[in-house]
Design a binder for this molecule. Structure first.
Ligand code: NDP
Length: 233
């Protein structure tokens, strides 16, 4: 049985990732910062008790990341999926006039630093997995080449920075046979994406699973959308 560790599993894309990997027969370490608040995640775990194991994890809490890695020290992890993310700022991600620099620092902690911290802390488990993949949900909004809209300073910069983390990890972890990629999930109907978004979580996640499934070491360091298209950095 393959194993995925998925962050931000309480709702949105993370919850759907847990659902689809569990339905496909995987074992899922479903990580959520307040798992007791997600009825849907608890229901999923109760319908797949042997497969979906809930763990408490705030990805901004480095001590908690370390404790979880210790608790899972003997578990091979085929797929580490960094999904947890925030769209922050007092004006929807940070407008030109936004002055909340503490919010910006928090966006970096969750959207950027957590990816490196998770990779550093769980690398031994990933090395032991068969699929040896670290996938991080980034965003086209972190693409410098794609930025024609402006605004969203905090979110855009935190995702652009995580893209560099991912590219650098891909180089550093390639000798260990670990595939590291950035994924764009599309514009998805979730609390973050809003009701006008273009695609469902089901469509986004089935597309990203297909992408992940087809990855080889030659793809490490790529930025790929849910439909398989390359995203410009
Ligand atoms: P949601 O806002 O619906 O869900 C965000 C998830 O991240 C929740 O499970 C939330 O947990 C979790 N989370 C937030 N902060 C933390 C933290 N400190 N520790 C652990 N978990 C945390 O967003 P989406 O599902 O839409 O987004 C998932 C990912 O996809 C994000 O990285 C986002 O940036 C990215 N993305 C989304 C797009 C979209 O259109 N929806 C487009 C492009 C990228 P809790 O319930 O506890 O708050």
């Amino acid at each position: 049985m393959k194993t995925a560790l998925i962050t931000g599993a309480s709702r949105g894309i993370g919850l759907e990732l847990c659902r689809q990997y569990a339905a496909d027969g995987w074992r899922v370490f479903a990580c959520a910062r307040n798992p007791e608040q997600s009825d849907e995640l608890n229901m999923l775990a109760s319908t797949h008790p042997a497969q979906v194991i809930i763990h408490r994890l705030d990805v901004g809490d480095h001590a908690q990341i370390g404790q979880l890695a210790q608790a899972l020290a003997d578990e091979p992890i085929d797929l580490l999926l960094n999904n947890a993310g925030i769209y922050t700022g007092s004006h929807a991600g940070g407008t030109f006039d936004d002055k909340d620099y503490e919010d910006w620092a928090h966006a970096f902690r969750i959207n950027t630093m957590a990816t490196l911290k998770m990779a550093q802390t769980f690398q031994l488990q990933v090395r032991r997995g068969g699929q040896k993949t670290i996938a991080t949900i980034s965003s086209k909004m972190g693409s410098i080449a794609d930025n024609s809209g402006g605004g969203s300073y905090m979110y855009r910069s935190s995702k652009a920075a995580v893209n560099m983390v991912i590219k650098t990890l891909a180089i550093d972890l390639k000798p260990a046979g670990i595939i590291t990629v950035a994924l764009h999930p599309g514009w998805v109907k979730t609390d973050m994406g809003g009701p006008n978004a273009l695609i469902s979580t089901a469509r986004s996640v089935s597309g990203m699973r297909e992408v992940i499934n087809s990855l080889t070491l030659a793809d490490s360091g790529k930025f790929i959308a849910y439909d398989g298209q390359a995203v410009p950095w």
